[in-house]
Structure formats: structure tokens, C-alpha cells
Design a protein around this ligand. Structure first.
Ligand code: CA
Length: 423
């Protein structure tokens, strides 16, 4: 048990009921105060706590961490210190913010290091060198297979034997709040004889989570499932925006390309794997048995609730999905073991996304492709309009959290508004 996870802790900083960021969470991010430079921070209630300001007041001096590590535009160097140090910082923060402990009482300094989140610009918290997207939800893969191949036999032969994935584009990953321009691309409409180059007509979200690599490996090195969590710093929400019509025309035979790489939206907070400890659960039973290098012991799933809302430009928002990270067939340890099983090296700050996280029932499907079943079952919006896919002016909002013993460990939001294509 980490000190910071103790459910009896209370902070002297106000944390409203239902807030994602109690003292037991302390997710890491990067913010810029108005006119200021980027500093590392954690979320506490409706505030961010500035780690550089705390370091300047000597709060981390005995941890032997260079102060400038907290005055950077990304978390990478901080994460690369290793879990011994980053855990010590999180535990120290839980002391600084603790209602009960006087050793590190910092409440008098609050005006100097606590900033309302509303006035803090939260930045993309990582330099993401590489990004990999998996396809690890059996329900999602089965739905897509049933729509486009065979309802009786929806999974391809490899699917139950390895966590299928592909290398995505890191440069177009944006932080929550960044507008997403409707992409143009080459489309081949049903029944058409020639493709056209037009704005996508089937813009979609994919409800995913991503884990952040916390430690480099050397080229040629493998990471076992037992070692994998040492290499995972934490997790965030991930919307893998997708243009279904572009994707469908281009993907043969090499897979996703321009239908995927125009944007992905992440939440600004990296919730540590340590903070998610209370939510461990067993994953689905894997049958047939997987090869030895993919076998795992212990509870490697996490019970994390996930929601997607669509908010039109005018009118009320509609919740279109409620899913859970625990549904994933392949867990993060298996994904990472498979990723490195050929000696492919990984680097601090890399992201590995889960793939769309769909559950067993239609209200838990994680993309409009599935929710509207290829557009055949439109979703009724509160204003009387319908959605088969995402329209210009719509904002897609993803939220995620675990809840246990009255403590809610949340991820904040991954939010993106769709703006019209430039033609
Ligand atoms: Ca995806």
C-alpha cells in the first residue's frame, strides 16, 4: 500500500463530492499559468499544485531531485527518474496536502503554489516519441468482424492468440480541448466507380485508454509479462478519432493510415498505476490458452468506468456509451510483452493505446460505428436531430474513473470539438 492511497486521508484543499482528484489520486500533468512558463503539476480537487514552486520552497530537497526537473514542458525527464523517485514525490505531495500532518504543512503557502484549474492552461503532458494502438476488446473486434466479414465467425484466426496492434502517428496526438478539423481524404462511396477526395462523411470516435511507458529498453531486449508493470508509469484517456469511409477504402492490405492519423485526443492528467491499485480485477478468461510468453499471473485488469458524451453546438449533450476498461481481453502486460517480444525497444513517454473498449451490450459500445451499427441505427439526440457519426460543431467528451470505499480516482476529460473541413 502506498501512503498516498490511504482511503482515510483528507486534504486541507477542498475536494467537492464526485470530484476526480482527491488526495488519493494526485495525477501528474503540465500547466502554464497566464503569461508564465510550463511547470509540472498535480491535480488536487479543482486546483493544480505547482511542483516547481514547491521544489523552490525545499519540499523535495531530501529526495535528491534536481529542481529544474519540475520546470519543463513535458513529464518525460521526471518519469525517467524511475518509480522510486516518482513514488517518493507522490507520497511527499500526499503529506504536503494532508489535513492531519503538520510536518509538511504548506497551507500558508497555498496562494503561491495552488492555482484554480479554470485559470491553468493544461498542456500535452508528454513528448510522445512513438504511439502504438492495440485492438484488444473482443466485443469491439467481434462487432467490426460481424459488420464487415461474418456474423458467425467474426474474429480473424490470429485474434485469440496475440494482441493485434499497429504503429500509429505520434505527431498528431493533441491534448483535451484542442479542436479537431474534419479530415479530407479519398473515399469510395458504395456503388461508385471512382473514388473522390472530399471531407469524411463518417467521422467517428474510439473510446480507448492509453498507458505511458516509464522506462527505456535497449534494442533487442524483451519485457516479460511479469516485468511489464515496472515499465508502465500510468494511464490516460484516449480518443482515437477515425474516418470510417477513408479507413475502409485505404486499409487493404497494410492497415490504418490517413483514416486514423489526423488526430487523437488525450486527457491532460497521467494517473499513476500506483493510484489505480485499488481497482485491480481479473481479466476475461482466455481460451484457447495463450503461448507461454503471453501468460500472466495476478489480477491485471482494472475496473475503470468509461463514458462518452456528444454535445452538439446548441442543445443538450447525450451520453452515448458507458463501458469499462475491465472488459479488455488482452491486458497491458500482455500488450507490452508482445510489443517487445521481437526486441523492439520502447522509450519513456511512448504511448500504447488499448483499442476501442466495447462492452457486451449496445449501450457499452465504444464507437459510433458500433452504436449506430454502420449507420443503420441512428442515435436520437435531445434536440430531435439524429447521429450516425459525428457532425461539425459536435464536442465529444470522454470521462473515466474508478470508485471504491467512497474514493473516486478519475482521469478528468478527453474533449474535442469537431470543426469543419477547410473546403
Ligand atoms: Ca483505435
Amino acid at each position: 500500500m502506498f501512503r498516498a492511497n490511504n482511503p482515510t486521508l483528507k486534504s486541507w484543499v477542498n475536494v467537492p463530492a464526485g470530484n476526480d482528484f482527491p488526495i488519493q489520486n494526485l495525477p501528474f500533468g503540465v500547466y502554464r499559468a497566464e503569461g508564465g512558463e510550463p511547470h509540472l503539476c498535480v491535480a488536487i480537487g479543482e486546483h493544480v499544485a505547482d511542483l516547481y514552486v514547491l521544489s523552490e520552497h525545499g519540499f523535495f530537497d531530501d529526495l535528491a531531485i534536481e529542481r529544474n526537473i519540475f520546470r519543463q514542458p513535458v513529464l518525460n525527464d521526471f518519469i525517467a527518474l524511475g518509480k522510486d523517485k516518482t513514488r517518493a514525490v507522490r507520497n511527499r505531495l500526499s503529506e504536503i496536502l494532508d489535513d492531519d500532518l503538520e510536518t509538511w504543512d504548506a497551507s500558508e503557502l497555498a496562494p503561491f503554489f495552488l492555482i484554480p484549474q479554470a485559470s491553468a492552461e493544461l498542456l500535452l503532458p508528454l513528448h510522445i516519441g512513438d504511439y502504438t494502438d492495440f485492438y484488444s476488446s473482443r466485443e469491439h473486434a467481434s462487432n467490426v468482424g460481424a459488420m464487415f466479414r461474418s456474423a458467425e465467425n467474426p474474429l480473424l484466426p490470429n485474434w485469440l492468440h496475440l494482441p493485434v496492434g499497429y504503429h500509429g502517428r505520434a505527431s498528431s496526438i493533441v491534448v483535451s480541448g484542442t479542436p479537431v478539423r474534419r479530415p479530407k481524404g479519398q473515399l469510395m462511396a458504395d456503388g461508385a466507380e471512382q473514388p473522390v477526395y472530399e471531407p469524411t462523411r463518417q467521422l467517428d470516435f474510439e473510446l480507448e485508454m492509453a498507458f505511458v511507458i516509464g522506462k527505456n529498453t535497449e534494442l533487442g531486449q524483451t519485457v516479460s509479462t511479469a516485468e511489464a508493470e515496472d515499465y508502465i508509469f500510468g494511464m490516460l484517456l484516449f480518443n482515437d478519432w477515425s474516418a470510417r469511409d477513408i479507413q475502409r477504402w485505404e486499409y487493404v492490405p497494410l492497415g490504418p493510415f490517413l483514416g486514423k492519423n489526423f488526430a487523437s485526443t488525450v486527457s491532460p492528467w497521467v494517473v499513476t498505476l500506483d493510484a489505480l491499485e485499488p481497482f485491480r480485477v481479473d481479466g476475461p478468461k482466455q481460451e484457447p490458452e495463450v503461448l507461454p510468453y503471453l501468460q500472466c499471473t495476478g489480477a491485471r485488469g482494472f475496473d475503470l468506468q468509461l463514458e462518452v458524451h456528444i454535445a452538439p453546438e446548441t442543445g443538450a449533450a447525450k451520453q452515448v456509451c458507458h463501458s469499462n476498461f475491465k472488459y479488455l481481453y488482452w491486458n497491458m502486460c500482455q500488450q507490452l510483452a508482445h510489443h517487445t517480444s521481437n526486441g523492439c525497444n520502447i522509450r519513456t513517454g511512448d504511448l500504447c493505446a488499448s483499442g476501442t473498449i466495447s462492452g457486451p451490450t449496445p449501450d457499452s459500445f465504444g464507437s459510433m460505428l458500433e452504436i449506430s451499427w454502420k449507420g443503420t441505427r441512428p442515435v436520437a439526440m435531445p434536440d430531435g436531430s439524429e447521429r450516425r457519426f459525428i457532425e461539425d460543431g459536435d464536442t465529444v467528451v470522454m470521462r473515466g474513473w474508478g470508485e471504491k470505499d467512497g474514493i473516486r480516482i478519475g482521469f478528468g476529460e478527453a474533449r474535442g470539438k469537431v470543426i469543419p473541413s477547410s473546403i
